[in-house]
Ligand binder design. Sequence first.
Ligand code: FAD
Length: 497
Amino acid sequence: ASGEHVPVLVIGTGYGGSVAALRLAQAGVDVHMIEMGMAWDTPGSDGKIFCSTLNPDQRSYWLRTKTKQPLNYFLGFPIDRNISRYTGILDAEEFGGIIVYQGRGVGGGSLVNGGMAVTPKRENFGFVLPTVNPDEMYNTYYPRANAGLGVGLIDSAWFESAACYQYSRVGRKHAGRSGFPWGFVPNVYDWDYMKQEQAGTVTKSALDGEILYGNNNGKKSLQKTYIAQAKATGRVTISPLHRVTSVAPAGGGGYTVSIDQLNTNGDVTNVKTVLADRVFFAAGSVGTSKLLVKLKATGVLPNLNDEIGKGWGDNGNVMCGRANWLWDPTGSLQSTIPCSGIDNWTAGGAFAEVAPLPIGIETFASFYLSITKNPNRAQFSWNAATGKVDLNWQTAWKQPGIDMAKTIFDKINAKEGTIYRTDLFGTYKIWGDHLTYHPLGGAVLDKATDNYGRLVGYPGMYVIDGSLIPGNTSVNPFVTITALAERNIEKIIATDL
Ligand code: FAD
Protein backbone atom coordinates (compact mmCIF):
# COMPACT_ATOMS: atom_id res chain seq x y z
CA ALA A 1 0.00 0.00 0.00
CA SER A 2 1.08 3.58 -0.55
CA GLY A 3 3.07 5.09 2.29
CA GLU A 4 4.25 1.70 3.51
CA HIS A 5 7.75 1.19 4.93
CA VAL A 6 9.51 -2.04 3.85
CA PRO A 7 12.96 -3.37 4.81
CA VAL A 8 13.75 -4.57 1.28
CA LEU A 9 12.12 -3.75 -2.04
CA VAL A 10 13.07 -5.81 -5.10
CA ILE A 11 12.31 -4.38 -8.55
CA GLY A 12 11.46 -7.29 -10.87
CA THR A 13 10.78 -11.00 -10.40
CA GLY A 14 13.20 -12.63 -12.88
CA TYR A 15 16.27 -14.69 -11.96
CA GLY A 16 18.20 -12.04 -10.04
CA GLY A 17 15.16 -10.79 -8.13
CA SER A 18 13.96 -14.28 -7.20
CA VAL A 19 17.36 -15.33 -5.85
CA ALA A 20 17.60 -12.13 -3.78
CA ALA A 21 14.07 -12.54 -2.40
CA LEU A 22 14.53 -16.19 -1.41
CA ARG A 23 17.90 -15.79 0.28
CA LEU A 24 16.93 -12.58 2.11
CA ALA A 25 13.70 -14.18 3.32
CA GLN A 26 15.60 -17.25 4.53
CA ALA A 27 17.87 -14.86 6.45
CA GLY A 28 14.78 -13.50 8.22
CA VAL A 29 14.23 -10.33 6.19
CA ASP A 30 10.79 -9.30 4.87
CA VAL A 31 10.87 -8.62 1.13
CA HIS A 32 8.44 -6.82 -1.17
CA MET A 33 8.78 -7.61 -4.90
CA ILE A 34 7.39 -5.21 -7.52
CA GLU A 35 6.60 -6.66 -10.97
CA MET A 36 5.24 -4.67 -13.93
CA GLY A 37 3.79 -7.78 -15.62
CA MET A 38 0.90 -9.98 -14.59
CA ALA A 39 0.86 -12.79 -12.02
CA TRP A 40 0.12 -15.51 -14.64
CA ASP A 41 -1.67 -17.71 -12.13
CA THR A 42 -5.22 -17.66 -13.51
CA PRO A 43 -6.55 -19.60 -16.52
CA GLY A 44 -8.19 -17.71 -19.38
CA SER A 45 -11.55 -18.61 -20.95
CA ASP A 46 -9.89 -21.58 -22.72
CA GLY A 47 -8.90 -23.06 -19.36
CA LYS A 48 -5.23 -22.36 -19.94
CA ILE A 49 -2.99 -19.76 -18.34
CA PHE A 50 -0.78 -19.32 -21.42
CA CYS A 51 -1.51 -19.33 -25.17
CA SER A 52 0.54 -21.30 -27.70
CA THR A 53 2.75 -20.07 -30.52
CA LEU A 54 0.36 -21.77 -32.96
CA ASN A 55 -2.55 -19.58 -31.90
CA PRO A 56 -1.36 -16.34 -30.26
CA ASP A 57 -4.04 -14.16 -28.63
CA GLN A 58 -3.94 -11.06 -26.39
CA ARG A 59 -1.91 -12.97 -23.80
CA SER A 60 1.05 -13.20 -26.18
CA TYR A 61 2.45 -9.64 -26.34
CA TRP A 62 3.07 -6.77 -23.99
CA LEU A 63 0.82 -3.86 -25.09
CA ARG A 64 0.74 -4.52 -28.84
CA THR A 65 -2.13 -4.67 -31.31
CA LYS A 66 -0.22 -7.01 -33.62
CA THR A 67 2.08 -9.90 -32.82
CA LYS A 68 5.81 -9.32 -33.35
CA GLN A 69 7.00 -12.87 -33.91
CA PRO A 70 10.77 -13.40 -33.87
CA LEU A 71 10.38 -15.59 -36.96
CA ASN A 72 8.10 -13.22 -38.73
CA TYR A 73 7.91 -14.76 -42.19
CA PHE A 74 7.23 -18.17 -43.63
CA LEU A 75 7.79 -19.02 -47.28
CA GLY A 76 8.48 -15.30 -47.62
CA PHE A 77 5.04 -14.25 -46.31
CA PRO A 78 4.56 -12.21 -43.13
CA ILE A 79 2.76 -14.23 -40.46
CA ASP A 80 2.03 -11.65 -37.75
CA ARG A 81 -1.61 -11.26 -36.77
CA ASN A 82 -3.80 -8.71 -35.00
CA ILE A 83 -4.40 -9.10 -31.27
CA SER A 84 -6.04 -6.91 -28.66
CA ARG A 85 -3.84 -4.66 -26.57
CA TYR A 86 -3.14 -6.33 -23.25
CA THR A 87 -0.39 -6.73 -20.67
CA GLY A 88 0.75 -9.92 -22.41
CA ILE A 89 3.73 -12.04 -21.52
CA LEU A 90 6.37 -11.25 -24.18
CA ASP A 91 7.72 -7.76 -24.72
CA ALA A 92 9.30 -7.09 -28.10
CA GLU A 93 10.95 -3.82 -27.06
CA GLU A 94 12.13 -1.82 -30.06
CA PHE A 95 15.27 0.31 -29.95
CA GLY A 96 16.78 2.00 -33.01
CA GLY A 97 18.84 -0.96 -34.24
CA ILE A 98 17.52 -3.98 -32.36
CA ILE A 99 14.39 -5.59 -30.92
CA VAL A 100 15.01 -6.92 -27.41
CA TYR A 101 12.64 -9.73 -26.39
CA GLN A 102 11.88 -9.99 -22.66
CA GLY A 103 9.44 -11.79 -20.39
CA ARG A 104 6.80 -9.75 -18.52
CA GLY A 105 5.20 -11.19 -15.42
CA VAL A 106 5.97 -12.92 -12.15
CA GLY A 107 8.97 -15.04 -13.15
CA GLY A 108 10.41 -12.63 -15.75
CA GLY A 109 12.26 -14.32 -18.59
CA SER A 110 11.68 -17.77 -17.08
CA LEU A 111 8.06 -17.54 -18.31
CA VAL A 112 8.97 -17.26 -21.99
CA ASN A 113 12.43 -18.74 -22.45
CA GLY A 114 13.56 -22.06 -23.87
CA GLY A 115 14.71 -23.31 -20.48
CA MET A 116 18.21 -24.06 -21.75
CA ALA A 117 20.29 -24.07 -18.59
CA VAL A 118 23.90 -23.93 -19.64
CA THR A 119 26.98 -23.43 -17.46
CA PRO A 120 29.81 -21.84 -19.48
CA LYS A 121 32.92 -23.93 -19.97
CA ARG A 122 35.34 -23.08 -17.21
CA GLU A 123 38.05 -22.13 -19.68
CA ASN A 124 35.74 -19.37 -21.00
CA PHE A 125 34.77 -17.95 -17.60
CA GLY A 126 37.51 -15.32 -17.53
CA PHE A 127 35.91 -13.83 -20.63
CA VAL A 128 32.39 -13.95 -19.12
CA LEU A 129 33.02 -12.40 -15.68
CA PRO A 130 36.67 -11.31 -15.49
CA THR A 131 36.53 -9.98 -11.90
CA VAL A 132 34.89 -13.05 -10.30
CA ASN A 133 36.85 -15.92 -8.75
CA PRO A 134 36.12 -19.00 -10.91
CA ASP A 135 36.81 -21.47 -8.09
CA GLU A 136 33.96 -20.14 -5.95
CA MET A 137 31.62 -20.05 -8.95
CA TYR A 138 32.34 -23.61 -10.16
CA ASN A 139 32.60 -25.15 -6.67
CA THR A 140 29.69 -23.38 -4.98
CA TYR A 141 27.48 -20.99 -6.93
CA TYR A 142 26.96 -22.74 -10.27
CA PRO A 143 26.01 -25.99 -8.45
CA ARG A 144 23.70 -24.01 -6.13
CA ALA A 145 22.04 -22.28 -9.09
CA ASN A 146 21.58 -25.52 -11.03
CA ALA A 147 20.00 -27.17 -7.99
CA GLY A 148 17.72 -24.21 -7.27
CA LEU A 149 16.55 -24.04 -10.89
CA GLY A 150 15.88 -27.78 -11.18
CA VAL A 151 18.23 -28.31 -14.13
CA GLY A 152 18.32 -31.76 -15.73
CA LEU A 153 19.54 -33.61 -18.83
CA ILE A 154 17.50 -35.49 -21.40
CA ASP A 155 17.56 -39.33 -21.24
CA SER A 156 19.92 -40.08 -24.11
CA ALA A 157 18.35 -43.48 -24.87
CA TRP A 158 14.87 -41.96 -25.12
CA PHE A 159 16.27 -39.17 -27.30
CA GLU A 160 17.25 -41.70 -29.98
CA SER A 161 13.67 -42.82 -30.51
CA ALA A 162 11.61 -39.70 -29.71
CA ALA A 163 9.82 -38.41 -32.83
CA CYS A 164 9.80 -34.88 -31.37
CA TYR A 165 13.62 -34.73 -31.49
CA GLN A 166 14.17 -35.84 -35.05
CA TYR A 167 15.24 -32.25 -35.75
CA SER A 168 18.02 -32.57 -33.14
CA ARG A 169 19.19 -35.90 -34.54
CA VAL A 170 19.39 -34.36 -38.01
CA GLY A 171 21.34 -31.48 -36.42
CA ARG A 172 23.75 -33.98 -34.86
CA LYS A 173 24.26 -35.84 -38.13
CA HIS A 174 25.06 -32.66 -40.04
CA ALA A 175 27.37 -31.33 -37.30
CA GLY A 176 29.22 -34.64 -37.11
CA ARG A 177 29.73 -34.98 -40.85
CA SER A 178 31.38 -31.54 -40.85
CA GLY A 179 33.55 -32.37 -37.85
CA PHE A 180 31.86 -30.12 -35.26
CA PRO A 181 31.34 -31.26 -31.67
CA TRP A 182 27.62 -31.65 -30.90
CA GLY A 183 26.26 -32.23 -27.39
CA PHE A 184 23.19 -32.29 -25.18
CA VAL A 185 22.26 -29.05 -23.46
CA PRO A 186 20.68 -29.19 -19.96
CA ASN A 187 17.20 -27.76 -19.46
CA VAL A 188 14.74 -26.94 -16.67
CA TYR A 189 11.94 -28.79 -18.48
CA ASP A 190 10.66 -31.89 -16.66
CA TRP A 191 11.99 -34.58 -18.99
CA ASP A 192 9.74 -37.28 -17.51
CA TYR A 193 6.75 -35.11 -18.32
CA MET A 194 7.96 -34.74 -21.89
CA LYS A 195 8.29 -38.51 -22.24
CA GLN A 196 4.64 -38.77 -21.23
CA GLU A 197 3.71 -36.07 -23.74
CA GLN A 198 5.39 -38.11 -26.46
CA ALA A 199 3.59 -41.24 -25.22
CA GLY A 200 0.25 -39.39 -25.31
CA THR A 201 -0.60 -39.93 -21.64
CA VAL A 202 -0.61 -36.30 -20.40
CA THR A 203 -1.69 -32.90 -21.71
CA LYS A 204 0.83 -31.74 -24.28
CA SER A 205 2.78 -28.56 -23.75
CA ALA A 206 6.31 -28.67 -25.26
CA LEU A 207 4.79 -30.92 -27.91
CA ASP A 208 1.92 -28.51 -28.55
CA GLY A 209 3.82 -25.39 -29.58
CA GLU A 210 3.99 -23.85 -26.10
CA ILE A 211 7.10 -21.80 -25.37
CA LEU A 212 7.41 -18.11 -26.31
CA TYR A 213 4.09 -17.11 -24.73
CA GLY A 214 4.43 -19.36 -21.68
CA ASN A 215 4.27 -23.05 -20.97
CA ASN A 216 1.27 -24.61 -19.21
CA ASN A 217 2.95 -27.86 -18.13
CA GLY A 218 6.39 -29.34 -17.78
CA LYS A 219 8.62 -26.28 -17.65
CA LYS A 220 10.03 -25.39 -14.25
CA SER A 221 9.79 -21.63 -14.49
CA LEU A 222 10.82 -19.53 -11.46
CA GLN A 223 7.19 -19.63 -10.34
CA LYS A 224 7.73 -23.32 -9.58
CA THR A 225 11.25 -23.06 -8.11
CA TYR A 226 12.79 -19.99 -6.46
CA ILE A 227 9.56 -17.98 -6.22
CA ALA A 228 7.56 -20.90 -4.79
CA GLN A 229 10.25 -21.40 -2.17
CA ALA A 230 10.40 -17.67 -1.44
CA LYS A 231 6.63 -17.46 -0.93
CA ALA A 232 6.72 -20.50 1.34
CA THR A 233 8.90 -18.58 3.82
CA GLY A 234 5.92 -16.31 4.50
CA ARG A 235 8.22 -13.28 4.24
CA VAL A 236 7.83 -12.41 0.55
CA THR A 237 5.03 -10.32 -0.92
CA ILE A 238 4.67 -9.80 -4.69
CA SER A 239 2.79 -6.94 -6.35
CA PRO A 240 2.13 -7.72 -10.04
CA LEU A 241 1.01 -5.01 -12.49
CA HIS A 242 3.09 -2.47 -10.58
CA ARG A 243 5.94 -0.64 -12.32
CA VAL A 244 8.71 1.23 -10.52
CA THR A 245 9.30 4.68 -12.01
CA SER A 246 11.73 6.25 -9.54
CA VAL A 247 14.01 5.52 -6.60
CA ALA A 248 15.19 8.59 -4.67
CA PRO A 249 17.16 9.02 -1.43
CA ALA A 250 14.73 9.71 1.44
CA GLY A 251 15.48 12.48 3.93
CA GLY A 252 15.77 10.24 6.98
CA GLY A 253 17.68 7.43 5.24
CA GLY A 254 16.53 4.70 2.89
CA TYR A 255 14.86 5.31 -0.45
CA THR A 256 11.51 6.58 -1.65
CA VAL A 257 10.27 4.30 -4.43
CA SER A 258 7.60 5.60 -6.81
CA ILE A 259 5.34 2.99 -8.35
CA ASP A 260 2.62 3.07 -11.03
CA GLN A 261 -0.17 0.54 -10.70
CA LEU A 262 -1.35 -0.68 -14.15
CA ASN A 263 -4.52 -2.24 -15.49
CA THR A 264 -4.45 -4.88 -18.23
CA ASN A 265 -4.69 -2.16 -20.90
CA GLY A 266 -1.41 -0.77 -19.59
CA ASP A 267 -3.08 2.39 -18.20
CA VAL A 268 -1.86 3.82 -14.90
CA THR A 269 -4.70 3.50 -12.41
CA ASN A 270 -2.91 4.52 -9.24
CA VAL A 271 0.41 6.08 -8.19
CA LYS A 272 2.06 4.91 -4.97
CA THR A 273 5.19 5.66 -2.97
CA VAL A 274 6.90 3.25 -0.60
CA LEU A 275 9.84 3.85 1.74
CA ALA A 276 12.45 1.08 1.51
CA ASP A 277 15.59 0.64 3.62
CA ARG A 278 17.22 -1.27 0.76
CA VAL A 279 16.45 -1.52 -2.94
CA PHE A 280 17.53 -4.30 -5.31
CA PHE A 281 17.41 -3.49 -9.03
CA ALA A 282 16.41 -6.77 -10.72
CA ALA A 283 14.39 -5.39 -13.64
CA GLY A 284 16.62 -7.18 -16.18
CA SER A 285 19.44 -5.71 -18.27
CA VAL A 286 17.12 -3.34 -20.12
CA GLY A 287 14.78 -2.52 -17.22
CA THR A 288 17.53 -1.82 -14.68
CA SER A 289 19.66 0.13 -17.18
CA LYS A 290 16.71 2.28 -18.23
CA LEU A 291 15.86 3.16 -14.63
CA LEU A 292 19.44 3.93 -13.57
CA VAL A 293 20.28 5.97 -16.69
CA LYS A 294 17.13 8.04 -16.29
CA LEU A 295 17.62 8.60 -12.54
CA LYS A 296 21.24 9.65 -13.00
CA ALA A 297 20.56 11.97 -15.95
CA THR A 298 17.56 13.66 -14.33
CA GLY A 299 19.48 14.39 -11.13
CA VAL A 300 17.57 11.98 -8.87
CA LEU A 301 20.65 9.80 -8.31
CA PRO A 302 23.47 12.12 -9.43
CA ASN A 303 26.25 10.22 -7.62
CA LEU A 304 25.90 7.10 -9.80
CA ASN A 305 29.15 6.78 -11.74
CA ASP A 306 29.78 7.16 -15.48
CA GLU A 307 29.71 3.41 -16.11
CA ILE A 308 25.91 3.40 -15.76
CA GLY A 309 24.32 2.42 -19.08
CA LYS A 310 27.56 1.09 -20.59
CA GLY A 311 28.80 -2.33 -21.65
CA TRP A 312 25.57 -3.64 -23.14
CA GLY A 313 25.72 -6.63 -25.48
CA ASP A 314 23.34 -8.97 -27.32
CA ASN A 315 25.17 -12.19 -26.28
CA GLY A 316 26.02 -12.38 -29.99
CA ASN A 317 22.57 -13.75 -30.91
CA VAL A 318 21.92 -14.47 -34.59
CA MET A 319 19.43 -16.87 -36.14
CA CYS A 320 19.38 -18.76 -39.40
CA GLY A 321 17.73 -21.71 -41.10
CA ARG A 322 19.08 -24.26 -43.59
CA ALA A 323 17.10 -26.04 -46.25
CA ASN A 324 17.57 -29.80 -46.08
CA TRP A 325 17.17 -32.36 -48.83
CA LEU A 326 13.85 -34.21 -49.02
CA TRP A 327 15.52 -37.31 -47.54
CA ASP A 328 16.43 -35.33 -44.40
CA PRO A 329 13.05 -34.35 -42.89
CA THR A 330 13.22 -32.68 -39.46
CA GLY A 331 9.76 -33.89 -38.39
CA SER A 332 6.29 -32.39 -38.27
CA LEU A 333 6.20 -32.89 -34.48
CA GLN A 334 8.96 -30.85 -32.83
CA SER A 335 9.46 -30.29 -29.11
CA THR A 336 9.65 -26.55 -28.42
CA ILE A 337 12.36 -27.31 -25.86
CA PRO A 338 15.80 -27.45 -27.52
CA CYS A 339 18.08 -30.17 -26.16
CA SER A 340 21.32 -29.88 -28.11
CA GLY A 341 23.96 -27.55 -29.50
CA ILE A 342 26.97 -27.34 -31.79
CA ASP A 343 30.15 -25.98 -30.22
CA ASN A 344 32.62 -24.07 -32.34
CA TRP A 345 33.38 -21.38 -29.73
CA THR A 346 37.13 -21.83 -29.51
CA ALA A 347 37.83 -22.10 -33.23
CA GLY A 348 35.07 -19.87 -34.64
CA GLY A 349 33.46 -17.91 -31.79
CA ALA A 350 30.04 -19.55 -32.13
CA PHE A 351 27.87 -21.91 -30.08
CA ALA A 352 24.71 -22.85 -32.00
CA GLU A 353 21.56 -24.29 -30.49
CA VAL A 354 19.77 -26.75 -32.70
CA ALA A 355 16.39 -25.03 -32.40
CA PRO A 356 12.89 -26.21 -33.28
CA LEU A 357 10.54 -24.83 -35.93
CA PRO A 358 7.43 -26.14 -34.23
CA ILE A 359 4.73 -25.21 -36.73
CA GLY A 360 3.09 -28.61 -37.00
CA ILE A 361 4.11 -29.44 -40.57
CA GLU A 362 7.24 -30.84 -42.17
CA THR A 363 9.44 -27.89 -43.18
CA PHE A 364 12.60 -29.72 -44.32
CA ALA A 365 14.39 -26.92 -42.46
CA SER A 366 17.04 -26.95 -39.78
CA PHE A 367 16.88 -23.90 -37.56
CA TYR A 368 19.57 -22.50 -35.27
CA LEU A 369 20.01 -19.79 -32.65
CA SER A 370 23.71 -18.99 -32.45
CA ILE A 371 25.45 -17.35 -29.53
CA THR A 372 28.60 -15.71 -30.85
CA LYS A 373 31.58 -13.81 -29.52
CA ASN A 374 30.46 -10.57 -31.16
CA PRO A 375 32.68 -7.91 -29.50
CA ASN A 376 30.38 -4.93 -30.13
CA ARG A 377 28.97 -3.16 -27.07
CA ALA A 378 26.30 -0.49 -26.92
CA GLN A 379 25.31 2.20 -24.44
CA PHE A 380 22.00 3.42 -23.02
CA SER A 381 21.50 7.18 -22.80
CA TRP A 382 18.78 9.56 -21.66
CA ASN A 383 16.92 11.39 -24.41
CA ALA A 384 15.53 14.52 -22.78
CA ALA A 385 13.51 15.43 -25.90
CA THR A 386 11.49 12.20 -25.90
CA GLY A 387 11.72 11.49 -22.17
CA LYS A 388 12.95 8.01 -22.99
CA VAL A 389 16.14 5.98 -22.75
CA ASP A 390 17.79 5.14 -26.09
CA LEU A 391 20.21 2.34 -26.94
CA ASN A 392 22.80 3.10 -29.64
CA TRP A 393 23.12 -0.48 -31.03
CA GLN A 394 23.25 -0.57 -34.87
CA THR A 395 21.91 -3.49 -36.91
CA ALA A 396 25.24 -3.59 -38.80
CA TRP A 397 26.97 -4.41 -35.49
CA LYS A 398 25.61 -7.97 -35.85
CA GLN A 399 28.02 -8.65 -38.73
CA PRO A 400 30.85 -10.11 -36.59
CA GLY A 401 28.30 -12.50 -35.07
CA ILE A 402 27.02 -13.52 -38.50
CA ASP A 403 30.58 -14.16 -39.64
CA MET A 404 31.17 -16.37 -36.60
CA ALA A 405 27.94 -18.33 -37.12
CA LYS A 406 28.98 -18.83 -40.75
CA THR A 407 32.08 -20.72 -39.55
CA ILE A 408 29.61 -23.48 -38.68
CA PHE A 409 26.87 -23.26 -41.31
CA ASP A 410 28.88 -22.41 -44.43
CA LYS A 411 30.87 -25.55 -43.76
CA ILE A 412 27.79 -27.71 -43.12
CA ASN A 413 26.09 -26.37 -46.26
CA ALA A 414 29.21 -27.11 -48.35
CA LYS A 415 29.44 -30.63 -46.95
CA GLU A 416 25.72 -31.40 -47.34
CA GLY A 417 25.28 -29.59 -50.65
CA THR A 418 22.53 -27.49 -49.04
CA ILE A 419 21.67 -23.78 -48.84
CA TYR A 420 20.42 -21.28 -46.28
CA ARG A 421 16.67 -20.65 -45.98
CA THR A 422 15.87 -17.14 -47.21
CA ASP A 423 12.15 -17.06 -46.31
CA LEU A 424 12.10 -16.97 -42.49
CA PHE A 425 12.91 -13.33 -41.73
CA GLY A 426 11.66 -11.63 -44.90
CA THR A 427 11.95 -12.21 -48.61
CA TYR A 428 15.46 -13.33 -49.55
CA LYS A 429 16.83 -12.64 -46.08
CA ILE A 430 19.08 -15.27 -44.52
CA TRP A 431 20.06 -13.88 -41.13
CA GLY A 432 17.83 -13.04 -38.18
CA ASP A 433 19.99 -10.08 -37.19
CA HIS A 434 17.24 -7.78 -35.95
CA LEU A 435 16.81 -9.13 -32.42
CA THR A 436 18.23 -10.55 -29.24
CA TYR A 437 16.76 -12.85 -26.58
CA HIS A 438 19.79 -12.34 -24.32
CA PRO A 439 20.28 -8.68 -23.31
CA LEU A 440 23.24 -8.37 -20.93
CA GLY A 441 25.03 -5.44 -19.28
CA GLY A 442 24.29 -1.77 -18.66
CA ALA A 443 25.38 -1.80 -15.00
CA VAL A 444 28.49 -3.94 -15.22
CA LEU A 445 29.96 -5.65 -12.15
CA ASP A 446 33.01 -3.94 -10.69
CA LYS A 447 32.41 -0.93 -12.95
CA ALA A 448 28.95 0.59 -12.36
CA THR A 449 28.83 -1.35 -9.07
CA ASP A 450 31.44 -2.79 -6.76
CA ASN A 451 32.44 -6.44 -7.24
CA TYR A 452 29.22 -7.61 -5.49
CA GLY A 453 26.60 -5.40 -7.15
CA ARG A 454 26.55 -2.56 -4.62
CA LEU A 455 25.80 0.70 -6.43
CA VAL A 456 28.63 3.12 -5.92
CA GLY A 457 27.52 6.24 -4.06
CA TYR A 458 24.25 4.85 -2.66
CA PRO A 459 24.49 2.54 0.38
CA GLY A 460 21.67 -0.02 0.43
CA MET A 461 21.14 0.07 -3.36
CA TYR A 462 22.13 -3.02 -5.34
CA VAL A 463 22.00 -4.41 -8.87
CA ILE A 464 21.40 -8.18 -9.01
CA ASP A 465 20.37 -9.18 -12.55
CA GLY A 466 21.71 -9.60 -16.10
CA SER A 467 22.79 -5.97 -16.28
CA LEU A 468 25.86 -6.92 -14.18
CA ILE A 469 27.23 -9.16 -16.95
CA PRO A 470 29.40 -7.41 -19.55
CA GLY A 471 27.50 -8.36 -22.70
CA ASN A 472 28.25 -12.03 -23.28
CA THR A 473 28.18 -15.37 -21.44
CA SER A 474 29.42 -17.66 -24.30
CA VAL A 475 26.27 -19.78 -23.80
CA ASN A 476 22.64 -19.08 -22.81
CA PRO A 477 22.75 -16.68 -19.85
CA PHE A 478 20.26 -17.51 -17.09
CA VAL A 479 22.35 -20.03 -15.14
CA THR A 480 25.17 -17.48 -14.96
CA ILE A 481 22.76 -14.70 -13.92
CA THR A 482 21.38 -16.98 -11.19
CA ALA A 483 24.81 -18.15 -9.98
CA LEU A 484 26.18 -14.60 -9.84
CA ALA A 485 23.09 -13.50 -7.87
CA GLU A 486 23.65 -16.40 -5.44
CA ARG A 487 27.27 -15.28 -4.96
CA ASN A 488 26.45 -11.63 -4.48
CA ILE A 489 23.47 -12.05 -2.15
CA GLU A 490 25.47 -14.36 0.11
CA LYS A 491 28.12 -11.66 0.52
CA ILE A 492 25.53 -8.90 0.98
CA ILE A 493 23.65 -10.87 3.67
CA ALA A 494 26.89 -11.66 5.48
CA THR A 495 28.29 -8.13 5.49
CA ASP A 496 25.55 -5.53 4.94
CA LEU A 497 22.55 -6.63 7.00
P1 FAD B 1 14.37 -10.82 -16.27
O1 FAD B 1 14.20 -12.29 -16.22
O2 FAD B 1 14.17 -10.14 -17.57
O3 FAD B 1 13.40 -10.20 -15.18
C1 FAD B 1 13.19 -8.82 -15.03
C2 FAD B 1 11.76 -8.58 -14.54
O4 FAD B 1 11.62 -7.22 -14.14
C3 FAD B 1 10.69 -8.82 -15.61
O5 FAD B 1 9.70 -9.68 -15.09
C4 FAD B 1 10.14 -7.42 -15.91
O6 FAD B 1 8.78 -7.42 -16.27
C5 FAD B 1 10.38 -6.70 -14.59
N1 FAD B 1 10.53 -5.24 -14.72
C6 FAD B 1 11.25 -4.56 -15.64
N2 FAD B 1 11.19 -3.24 -15.40
C7 FAD B 1 10.41 -3.07 -14.30
C8 FAD B 1 9.97 -1.94 -13.56
N3 FAD B 1 10.34 -0.69 -13.89
N4 FAD B 1 9.14 -2.14 -12.49
C9 FAD B 1 8.77 -3.41 -12.14
N5 FAD B 1 9.16 -4.51 -12.81
C10 FAD B 1 9.98 -4.35 -13.87
N6 FAD B 1 18.24 -17.78 -21.40
C11 FAD B 1 18.79 -19.01 -21.16
O7 FAD B 1 19.71 -19.14 -20.35
N7 FAD B 1 18.29 -20.11 -21.80
C12 FAD B 1 17.28 -20.04 -22.72
O8 FAD B 1 16.84 -21.07 -23.26
C13 FAD B 1 16.73 -18.76 -23.02
N8 FAD B 1 15.75 -18.60 -23.95
C14 FAD B 1 15.16 -17.37 -24.12
C15 FAD B 1 14.09 -17.24 -25.00
C16 FAD B 1 13.41 -16.03 -25.10
C17 FAD B 1 12.28 -15.88 -26.07
C18 FAD B 1 13.82 -14.92 -24.30
C19 FAD B 1 13.08 -13.60 -24.37
C20 FAD B 1 14.89 -15.05 -23.43
C21 FAD B 1 15.57 -16.26 -23.34
N9 FAD B 1 16.64 -16.41 -22.45
C22 FAD B 1 17.22 -17.64 -22.28
C23 FAD B 1 17.18 -15.26 -21.70
C24 FAD B 1 16.77 -15.25 -20.22
O9 FAD B 1 15.39 -15.44 -20.09
C25 FAD B 1 17.21 -13.91 -19.60
O10 FAD B 1 18.61 -13.81 -19.73
C26 FAD B 1 16.84 -13.78 -18.13
O11 FAD B 1 15.45 -13.89 -17.95
C27 FAD B 1 17.33 -12.48 -17.54
O12 FAD B 1 17.16 -12.53 -16.14
P2 FAD B 1 17.12 -11.21 -15.27
O13 FAD B 1 16.96 -11.62 -13.84
O14 FAD B 1 18.27 -10.35 -15.63
O15 FAD B 1 15.82 -10.40 -15.76
